[in-house]
Design a protein around this ligand. Structure first.
Ligand SMILES: Cc1cc2nc3c(=O)[nH]c(=O)nc-3n(C[C@H](O)[C@H](O)[C@H](O)COP(=O)(O)OP(=O)(O)OC[C@H]3O[C@@H](n4cnc5c(N)ncnc54)[C@H](O)[C@@H]3O)c2cc1C
Ligand code: SF4
Length: 472
């Protein structure tokens, strides 16, 4: 353990954000890293608990107390090795994970958890800066060939693990650049895209081949992948968005979040938008419907584009300011959180249902709403309306897209409409075809996608070789 009395002597100190007025002028990351000695002091706060509850929260089983101790002792290189033994992309989770580990930390009983995410990010960034992140090509090849469809965090983690086990790995991606939602969904101000480009270069050096601009089931038959590979892993995400079936939905200016967000990421990277018409928030009153991560990303992007106002509406009631620790700890608490984008000046309202959208000359201009009670019933007389030049629908994703690849393969789905496969072996109803990430578990988090990618790689390795040395 680090410093035995560290948690008593040292206050929690975390990374700060650049002021909102400055950061909304650009699309770059705005979190100011702690200096190395402050990170060491924060790592010294870890109590190396007999039961490390932080492990309950972390889906990739990061060995948190171990690397906290290594950082406290300034053995950063060993800390980086330890961290990479459970997580392929800690510089990603160190930036954008909601950090369920911190909610589970014993010190969170007092609201001052160890700054686990900040320490993780510091280790990962230092490893990159010092040149410790090198390709790890396999010592020998197995002669087996695996196709991975989709290059989000699940597909990338699986591909990296499978290549390191000696398989020939081909990743097929319908977009122009690998990364999935890490590149096209999550805005650059939350994570700059060279983070992903570095990993893609590392994986190419490990023998992974990326085939971009290939939409499997559209440009290329899934049957061809089955014919040409010994196993196929589907990591195509959960891309079917939840819609808002109200009058006025088809007016100009009403869009899904994932029609809006990728455009800005493409502008930033210089990738052409192609035939699609630009969707922009500049000079507009923007309404974001949906209170989650995607909604927050729409807010931050709208402010950076020059929106006049941004209002976020949530159908669920306002959560409590503070959780009842004894009821929920060490599990993830439902409580009021304010994202950095919301803190940039969005108005927020809860228990609000949209009844219709109206407009002029085919363009949206007003959103009509009603307040709802605890039984989700409209409250009489509570109707109101808001200016709405741009309405962004960020109400989540219902299941993967079926048309194309999944229909062609004729796979079974679970009751929620995701591809049916268990976490024991990730096998779908079709022999030799596996599924992982949001395509299997439904809309989730990056850290869960990394876990599923790693576990699916182990299952595929065992399927191909009879046994596997890959970790689960
Ligand atoms: C806007 C937004 C912001 C988010 N922010 C966060 C966050 O801050 N933190 C967090 O932890 N989680 C966040 N999430 C959730 C997280 O991004 C996802 O849970 C995660 O990316 C899922 O990983 P995946 O690999 O399963 O799928 P995805 O990342 O969705 O990747 C799937 C890939 O498959 C490709 N594909 C699909 N079908 C085909 C096909 N037929 N042929 C070829 N390619 C195909 C897609 O183009 C895509 O690249 C966010 C989600 C969204 C939408
Ligand atoms: S729960 Fe918190 S204090 Fe305990 S080992 Fe984990 S990080 Fe350290």
């Amino acid at each position: 353990m680090g410093k035995a009395t560290g948690f008593l002597e040292i206050d929690r100190q975390d990374r700060k954000d650049l002021p909102a007025a400055d950061r909304v002028r650009h699309y770059n990351e705005f979190i100011i890293p702690l200096d190395e000695s402050s990170v060491k002091r924060q790592a010294a706060r870890c109590m190396d608990c007999g039961v490390p509850y932080c492990h309950t929260g972390c889906p990739v089983n990061n060995q948190i107390p171990d690397w906290n101790d290594l950082v406290y002792r300034a053995d950063w290189e060993e800390a980086a090795r330890n961290l990479h033994s459970t997580n392929n992309f800690p510089e990603v989770t160190g930036r954008i994970c909601p950090a369920p580990c911190e909610a589970s930390c014993t010190l969170n009983l007092e609201d001052v958890p160890v700054t686990i995410k900040t320490i993780e990010c510091a280790i990962a960034d230092k490893a990159l800066k010092e040149g410790w992140i090198l390709p790890q090509p396999p010592a020998s090849k197995t002669g087996k060939c695996v196709a991975v469809v989709g290059s989000g965090p699940a597909g990338l983690a699986a591909a990296q693990q499978l290549a390191r086990a000696g398989h020939d790995v081909h990743v097929f991606e319908k977009n122009a650049t690998p990364g999935g939602l890490l590149v096209y969904g999550i805005p650059d101000f939350k994570m700059e895209k060279d983070v992903i480009a570095n990993r893609v270069a590392q994986m190419e050096a490990e023998g992974v081949t990326f085939h971009c601009n290939v939409h499997v089931g559209v440009d290329k038959k899934a049957a061809e992948l089955e014919r040409d590979h010994d196993a196929v892993l589907l990591t195509g995400g959960s891309e079917h968005p939840r819609d808002l079936p109200v009058e006025g939905r088809d007016l100009d200016g009403v869009h899904f979040a994932m029609e809006f967000l990728p455009q800005q990421n493409r502008r930033n990277s210089g990738e052409p938008l192609g035939e699609i018409s630009p969707i922009l928030a500049d000079g507009r009153h923007v309404i974001v419907i949906g209170g989650g991560d995607t909604g927050s990303d729409c807010i931050g992007t709208s402010f950076r584009q020059g929106a006049l106002s941004v209002t976020q509406l949530e159908i669920l009631p306002k959560p409590p300011e503070k959780e009842d620790k004894e009821m929920v700890w060490p599990h993830w608490p439902l409580k009021l959180r304010t994202s950095s984008s919301q803190a940039e000046g969005a108005d927020r309202d809860w228990s609000v249902m949209t009844t219709k959208i109206t407009g002029k000359n085919g363009r949206a201009s007003r959103l009509h709403c009603v307040r709802i009670d605890g039984d989700m019933k409209p409250v009489k007389g509570s109707e109101f309306d808001l200016r709405a030049d741009l309405v962004l629908l960020a109400m989540g994703f219902v299941h993967p897209v079926r048309e194309g690849m999944l229909d062609e393969l004729g796979l079974e789905f679970d009751p929620r409409g995701n591809v049916k496969a268990t976490v024991e072996n990730y096998r779908t109803s079709r022999d030799g075809v596996f599924a992982a990430g949001d395509m299997r578990r439904g809309q989730s988090l990056v850290v869960w996608a990394i876990r599923e990618g790693r576990q699916a790689a182990q299952a595929i390795d065992a399927f191909l070789m009879g046994t596997s040395q890959l970790p689960r």
